[in-house]
Design a protein around this ligand. Structure first.
Ligand SMILES: Nc1nc2c(ncn2[C@@H]2O[C@H](COP(=O)(O)OP(=O)(O)OP(=O)(O)O)[C@@H](O)[C@H]2O)c(=O)[nH]1
Ligand SMILES: [Zn+2]
Length: 218
């Protein structure tokens, strides 16, 4: 049964149209069956690593992991979990920039399946609607709860807000630490990756972009 909202469908269609949707298949099994199979596969991985799952600290790990993947850290692959957006008609005629800075998120690197830890700033110029502030965090969290690369995550957040707010005038700035760079591979413990995506006024007008970038550097 399709239980996605109108809003979620619009966002998904906008991402597909721009070619920035996460590559994904339509699941053929229900959530509980998927969890049961992930559990079995993860048990096999742990045993291949040489772990003894009869230990009572380890025995529930495959089950925990299956639940964590499906219900938590990869829940954003399922549009049924897209947040309900409270829209407020812009009757007060807000015409200045609305900026939410330092939205913290954790995501998962799709190349290595380890953590990405960062923060996001989102700004927009209201047109017909303003939205509940917490919904800005929730939309960011939705796209973070997927295997991701930072560049695509940034573009998805931009397009989602442009669609929900019915305006191009949106800016997104992301700064993150990738644990695939920090805890393995090159083992750089300091570097952060910055990505941004701009639409409408933020793209066309250097002063507007500068104002946004200056505000978030304070
Ligand atoms: N552009 C981009 N690259 C990412 C992101 N997350 C991880 N990567 C990179 O993806 C690349 C995968 O490279 P591979 O050579 O296939 O993998 P690897 O052998 O594990 O690479 P090393 O990390 O260099 O050890 C690495 O350079 C990662 O740093 C991201 O969000 N954006
Ligand atoms: Zn990685």
């Amino acid at each position: 049964m399709n239980t996605t909202t109108f809003e979620a469908d619009n966002v998904r269609n906008a991402l597909l149209e721009k070619g920035i949707e996460t590559p994904m298949l339509t699941p053929t099994k229900n959530k509980e069956n998927r969890k049961a199979e992930i559990q079995q596969h993860f048990q096999a991985i742990m045993e291949l690593l040489g772990m003894d799952l009869r230990d009572d600290s380890l025995e529930e790990t495959p089950h925990r992991l299956a639940k964590m993947y499906v219900d938590e850290i990869f829940s954003g692959l399922d549009y049924d979990t897209f947040p309900k957006i409270t829209k407020i008609k812009n009757q007060m005629k807000v015409s200045e920039m609305v900026l939410v800075d330092e939205i913290t998120f954790t995501s998962t690197c799709e190349h290595h399946f380890v953590t990405i830890d960062g923060s996001v700033a989102v700004a927009y110029y209201p047109k017909d609607w303003v939205i509940g502030l917490s919904k800005i965090n929730r939309v960011v969290q939705f796209f973070a709860q997927r295997p991701q690369v930072q560049e695509r995550f940034t573009e998805q957040v931009l397009t989602a807000f442009q669609t929900i707010l019915n305006t191009d005038d949106v800016a997104v700035f992301v700064k993150a630490t990738h644990f695939c760079v920090k805890c393995r591979g090159v083992k750089d413990t300091q570097s952060k990756t910055i990505t941004s995506a701009f639409g409408g006024l933020f793209l066309q007008d250097r002063e507007t972009r500068k104002e946004f970038l200056t505000l978030i550097k304070k």
